[in-house]
Design a protein around this ligand. Sequence first.
Ligand code: 164
Ligand code: MG
Length: 368
Amino acid sequence: MKIKQVNLRHLKMDLLYPFVTSFGAEYDKDFILVEIMNEDGLVGWAENVAMPTPYYNEETVKTNWHMLEDFLIPILLNSEIHHPDELAEKFAHIRGNYMAKACLNMAVWDLYAREQNASLASVLGGTKKIIDVGVSIGIKDSIEATLDVIEQRRAEGYKRFKLKIKPGWDVELIDKVRKVFPDIPLMADANSAYTLADMNLLKALDDYNLMMIEQPLAYNDIIDHAELQANLKTSICLDESIHSLEDTKKALKLGSCKIINVKVGRVGGLTEAKKIHDYCLERNVPLWCGGMLEAGVGRAHNIAMTAMPGFTLPGDTAGSSLYWAEDIIEPEVIAENGTITVPTTPGMGYEVSMDKVKKYTLYSKTYR
Ligand SMILES: O=C(O)CCC(=O)C1=CC=C[C@@H](O)[C@@H]1C(=O)O
Ligand SMILES: [Mg+2]
């Protein structure tokens, strides 16, 4: 394929409920939507997962637009691509900027699948027809409010419950949740809110049969996490610290974690996500697909990736209706009893609704 055109659109969609973590609150989803076109006018779609603020990681919507416009799109345009993996090689000399690289890699994968008249899941090597999904529950005003949300999501059938924690919203929360829900698959995500000085507090979480504790320590650390993991019974899962297969190998070698949260945006795209998947599958390291509050296009990519056999734990990809009054894809993502059916139609398997895209677009630009 040859990419003849790229459209970048900056969209803003209101979240139905604010999403609060240890690093701040999101009230809306402010992101870049990517559309690429080949010489025959066939298109591929992807979502960029950088946030407007550099609090989850260092990338932002503006730094991503800059990277896309000034460095990455010029490489992509008009170059001959036989397989999406080649794009990762073409970007390899550009340091970091994983989220910016990822969205073009994902768009090329979507287009590649459409060119093959195959589903994105199948070209990635996905074998599952349905996937199990969980929910990520932000920090609420009270423990009672958290219990109410868990009860609601449990009634809807979600298969795993991730609670955001931070200093002052941790052991007491987990203790009360466990008293009310002794058996639910429960985990906690700290988004780097602790240090090794909090060892005793984190060890106290060992009493609650958590599936894992996600990214308790610094966003760029694997050394302190190894020390913490050696002192915990509960598995540590790394999110922010993992950007590549190389990072995965080092973290596993050091014993920094026992589980990996694969976010396709954070690791530079589906090519790298697949490498991490293959490595971990061979070694029986459990994986799951993390969310970045994606709108429908990003959600569709996550579903396709989760169809790969190594994604053995339920991920964050809940149904669209938990986030939006309306999604930008048709049909929207529907979770039934905590499962989502993997689409079998070409590409990511959902149609982009141009009316809705237009409605939420603040600014757009075309590159040829
Ligand atoms: O997509 C979702 O449903 C929520 C995913 C989620 O927990 C996160 C989204 C965005 C940034 C982080 O706070 C975070 C995470 O750390 O996994
Ligand atoms: Mg996380």
